[in-house]
Design a protein around this ligand. Structure first.
Ligand SMILES: Nc1ncnc2c1ncn2[C@@H]1O[C@H](COP(=O)(O)OP(=O)(O)O)[C@@H](O)[C@H]1O
Ligand SMILES: [Mg+2]
Length: 324
């Protein structure tokens, strides 16, 4: 049994403009210690997928309307809010894009890192202080002891992101969700942070869902990739399968957008056309209007996910299984 199994997850927003199908039938599994990258253009449903997993979809407009989220076989969608708070404190933790918004500017770093341990593990006093220093040291915050009394604004962006991660990891979660955790960091700090995360992950056997729109980050950090488009996973496979043999025209287009160092092409190529309006999806494949390989059937029906290779799927009428 996989550590996490998401089955046909649907999360909609009920707005005045209509029903926005932000996540519309997402399924994937995650094994302990594994890193799954979620990639796709902005607005494709990556963050809403993550928020659904921890049941923090903004209510009342947003609602999980279908599917199952099985953590060790236990359905998170069947839990009440109190049980869900325990899951968030102990089993699934989340690191957000901007550490400044997740840290409280008015509380010291020591208090904030210690809070989860105090609330969820009941640790108090001197042993709490020791655990906090330990958590910060593991994330390579130097002079941790003397920095406990400092506030977030006294830390650099990279250090704040490491503090947020120390908080997220302090409850020893089984799954860590990192939603564009490095977007606000500069490139060198990004790489350092992700290396560190990998080390901590390997040591603790934590499974990671890493949201990013940066394929360089995917290549260096993910075991598997799920490509999202219009609230669905359109292609999924190991990082090698998806990079070396992309089978969905959208993935192919995304990979063509990468700056090509050899050709000294400085600018990113953009995919032509706009992502679809999730409140008014066409009846066929949502990528069809932008797809250079569009066939008549693509505008009429939704392509199902086809297994093109062991562990590699693509939701495209043109995708066929690779002959053995
Ligand atoms: N609070 C909300 N109310 C209405 N629509 C929302 C809300 N949050 C997200 N959405 C919609 O859900 C879709 C997916 O958003 P999101 O998951 O944030 O995309 P991504 O993280 O891939 O950039 C978008 O079309 C967005 O407009
Ligand atoms: Mg997002």
């Amino acid at each position: 049994m996989p550590l996490l199994a998401v089955e046909d997850l649907k999360t909609y927003f009920f707005t005045r403009r209509g029903v926005v199908k932000a996540v519309d039938g997402v399924s994937f599994t995650l094994e302990a210690g594994e890193t799954l990258a979620l990639v796709g253009e902005s607005g494709s449903g990556k963050s809403v997928t993550c928020l659904s997993l921890v049941r923090l979809v903004p209510e009342p407009a947003g609602r999980i309307v279908g599917g199952r989220i099985l953590l060790d076989g236990d359905d998170l969608l069947a839990k009440n809010p109190r049980q869900m708070r325990r899951v968030r404190g102990k089993q699934i933790a989340m690191v957000l894009q901007d550490p400044m918004t997740s840290l409280n500017p008015g509380l010291t770093i020591g208090t904030q890192v210690g809070e989860v341990m105090r609330l969820h593990q009941g640790i108090r006093g001197r042993s709490l202080r020791e655990r906090v220093v330990d958590a910060l040291r593991r994330l390579r915050i130097s002079a941790a002891e003397s920095r406990l009394g400092q506030f977030p604004h006294q830390f650099s962006g990279g250090m704040r992101q490491r503090v947020s991660s120390a908080i997220a990891l302090s409850c020893a979660p089984r799954v860590l969700i990192a939603d564009e955790p490095t977007t606000s960091l500069d490139v060198t700090i990004q790489a350092q942070y992700l290396e560190l995360l990998k080390e901590v992950q390997a040591a603790a056997g934590v499974a990671v869902i890493l949201v990013t729109h940066d394929f360089g980050i995917v290549a260096a950090n993910a075991d598997r990739v799920a490509v999202m488009y219009a609230g669905r996973i359109v292609e999924m496979g190991t990082t090698l399968q998806v990079f070396n043999n992309p089978r969905h025209p959208y993935t192919q287009a995304l990979l063509r957008c990468l700056p090509d160092v050899d050709l000294k092409r400085e600018q990113l190529v953009e995919i032509g056309g706009q992502p679809p309006d999730l409140a008014a999806l066409p009846p066929g494949c949502p990528f069809a209007p932008r797809c250079s390989e569009r066939q008549p059937i693509c505008e009429r029906s939704l392509p199902p996910a086809v297994t093109v290779d062991a562990g590699h799927t693509a939701a495209c009428f043109l995708a066929v299984a690779t002959p053995a």
